[in-house]
Design a protein around this ligand. Structure first.
Ligand SMILES: *Cc1c(COP(=O)(O)O)cnc(C)c1O
Length: 391
């Protein structure tokens, strides 16, 4: 069955008593049992049945089942945010004395999670240039617990070779963990590229227009004990499971994901081509552009479309602020892959609490504006950006 069909027609585990066409929202904290034995079976995991919504809820399980059907993963766990999925994954894999080989090019909070929060528990971050395989190899040792990366970095838009990094990770018997938020898992198989565990901020493409926060940890069963630990240790002890109402909205979002993604990717390429004709725009950074340095590797790994995130570089920080202030249609907001087109100056916002030196080390430039492209008519969006640049 095609992914487009699975996203819509994956059946519920149990037929609804009233034949509800949508997955009902099971807005409940707990579940009642007929007997003490049934209760004991559920609590000890002998029978898979929800007992408490911190760890299992039918509406959330339905979203997890759909994602499982779409990815052929062994285990999928839905979390209350992308950061919850990432932090729980890291906590499940790492321990005091372990190290994580990763990049400096990373979502701001993930970078501070690894370099600051985990550091307090004795986990070492080993940032390196993931495009330089010799450097990656030199960072690996017996205490390395994973290689972690983002598949197109934000905002640098760098694409590393997943199969080569997977080979290095697997030589050391550790997983390659990838944040695949920027290209939906319906578009490519990260597993076939050697990725063992995927984390996703489902706040972005999946939520169907910035409806809610959510995260997913998707595991292909290649990391011993990981799936079991996520369900039986992390959810129980850290408690960041997705809520049923969010799972309902994100299941609906998943139904329209393919259609929205295709249009938004086309829109982004169209807008990128038009923006590069403007003299105020010094550079358009989008891996979908054929002359982008990462175009070939992105196409090979992620397929013909390149997502809905681009950046543009202007003359100065002042030019960026002026453009953002003068937008009339495009929204001044963070977030990615909303139905609306959004603009943000990453250096002063997402990376605003890092020092200038730290930003420089991460290649986060003062002259960059990030644009997340929506579903509007792109001639309208282009006209708005053009007038904002000239204002
Ligand atoms: C947004 C984002 C996150 C964090 O997700 P939240 O749902 O906001 O917690 C992590 N990684 C990437 C690549 C993101 O874009």
């Amino acid at each position: 069955m095609d992914n487009k069909t699975k996203a819509i027609d994956t059946p519920f585990e149990k037929h609804d008593a009233y034949g509800s066409l949508s997955m009902p929202i099971y807005h409940t904290a707990a579940y009642e049992f007929n007997t003490a034995v049934d209760m004991a079976d559920a609590f000890t995991g002998r029978v898979i049945a929800p007992d408490y919504s911190r760890v299992m809820n039918p509406t959330v399980m339905y979203l997890e089942d759909k994602v499982k059907a779409l990815t052929n993963a062994s285990n999928v766990v839905a979390f209350s945010s992308g950061m919850a999925a990432i932090s729980n994954t890291m906590l499940a894999i790492s321990a005091t004395g372990k190290n994580i080989v990763t990049s400096r090019h990373m979502f701001g909070n993930t970078f501070s999670l690894i370099t600051q929060s985990l550091k307090r528990f004795g986990v070492e971050a080993r940032p390196c240039d993931l495009l330089n395989l010799d450097e990656v190899k030199s960072k690996m040792d017996d205490n390395t617990c994973c290689i972690f990366l983002e598949i197109i970095t934000n905002p640098q838009m760098e694409v590393a070779n997943l199969a080569e990094l997977a080979a290095i990770a697997h030589e050391h018997h550790v997983p390659l963990v990838a944040d695949i938020t920027v290209i939906p898992f319906t578009q490519f198989s990260a597993k076939n590229l050697g990725v063992d565990i995927e984390v996703v901020s489902s706040t972005k493409y999946l939520s169907g227009g910035a409806t809610s926060l959510g995260g997913l940890a998707i595991d292909y069963g290649t990391t011993q004990g990981f799936g079991h630990r996520m369900k039986n240790e992390m959810l129980f002890n850290f408690g960041a499971y997705m809520t049923p109402h969010v799972a309902y909205m994100q299941s609906l979002g998943l139904e329209t994901l393919d259609a929205r993604y295709r249009v938004q990717s086309q829109n982004t390429l169209y807008l990128a081509e038009k923006l590069r004709t403007l003299p105020e725009v010094k550079r358009v950074n989008y891996v979908g552009l054929p002359d982008n340095p990462y175009h070939a590797i992105a196409k090979k790994q992620y397929g013909p479309t390149a997502g809905a995130m681009m950046t543009i570089d202007l003359e100065s920080k002042e030019a960026c602020f002026s453009m953002i202030d003068n937008l009339k249609l495009v929204r001044r907001a963070t977030n990615l892959f909303d139905n609306k087109t959004l603009a943000i100056h990453p250096a002063s916002t997402i990376f605003g609490t890092f020092t200038c030196e730290e930003r420089a080390a991460m290649d986060v430039l003062d002259t960059t504006v990030r644009i997340s492209v929506g579903l509007e008519d792109m001639d309208d969006v282009f006209s708005d950006i053009k007038q904002a640049l000239k204002a």
